[in-house]
Ligand binder design. Structure first.
Ligand code: PEP
Length: 252
């Protein structure tokens, strides 16, 4: 079965609840009728409820950008999977490179967070990607293999088939420097091959693998044309409804 294209925005630490609502109201008419793909937005925790209410009935998926692995507890400043769900969101980004770089999210922690997300029925978007030094040292695939195995540790083939993976080379995030469609395809093909070894070919063929890293309206189509690139995860260009809509409409 063909994998459904998945176009996701990551707002990072931008947008209040009111700004999220304004964006979604602007976006909805721009992407109406695109029923052959899934569109998603990862909002700040404080904007989740308003974003989810604004998106209701439109098919737009609203998600969080992180969670804590425990259900509840003395973890000041954190939010749990069930809190995200209660706010009306259905997705969560895990292991984004900014979390890995600034907040100590390593593969083992991502795996714990993944288990919590799956247990709560949230759609996980698990991010991984090599940094520039690793790529230049010829170690990109070795790093990806380790991150993949570590971050998905303990997941079942059924869970892996249903989740979303995002390949985001750190050197391409927010830098304006995009991996070429060919470089991205090679990494995605490698990841799918490793998924098949770890979880079986049927699961690997079902997993949606997104590319992220300076995706813009003018490069989305060439990325989406590659066989193993099932979607994109967009940072900067997802902050304005018109540029994000152009990405979502990459072939329209
Ligand atoms: C991201 O944050 O996931 C990302 C890919 O950012 P940008 O599109 O700005 O490079």
């Amino acid at each position: 079965m063909a994998r459904e294209p998945f176009l996701a925005g990551n707002w990072k630490m931008y947008k209040t609840g009111d700004e999220a609502v304004k964006f979604i109201e602007e976006l909805k008419p721009l992407i109406r009728g695109l029923d052959d793909r899934r569109t998603a937005l990862a909002a700040p925790a404080t904007a989740l409820r308003q974003a989810a209410e604004a998106a209701a009935g439109s098919g737009l998926i609203v998600g969080a950008q992180n969670l804590h692995w425990a259900q509840e507890g003395a973890y000041t400043g954190e939010i749990s999977a069930s809190m995200i769900k209660a706010a009306g969101a259905t997705m969560v980004i895990l292991g984004h490179s900014e979390r890995r770089q600034f907040f100590g999210d390593d593969d083992a922690l991502v795996a714990k967070k993944l288990a919590a997300a799956l247990a709560a029925g949230l759609l996980p978007v698990v991010c991984l990607g090599e940094n520039l030094a690793e790529r230049e040292a010829g170690r990109a695939f070795e790093v990806l293999a380790a991150q993949l195995q570590g971050s998905l540790a303990g997941a079942t083939p059924e869970a892996v088939a249903g989740l979303v993976l995002a390949y985001e080379p750190v050197w391409a995030i927010g830098t304006g420097r995009t991996a070429t469609a060919e470089q991205a395809q090679q990494a995605h093909e490698f990841l799918r091959g490793r998924l098949a070894e770890l979880f079986g070919r049927p699961a690997a063929e079902a997993t949606r693998i997104l590319y992220g890293g300076s995706v813009k309206p003018d490069n989305a189509k060439s990325l989406m044309e590659r066989p193993d690139i099932d979607g994109v995860l967009v940072g900067g260009a997802s902050l304005k409804a018109d540029s994000f809509a152009k990405i979502v409409r990459y072939d329209a």
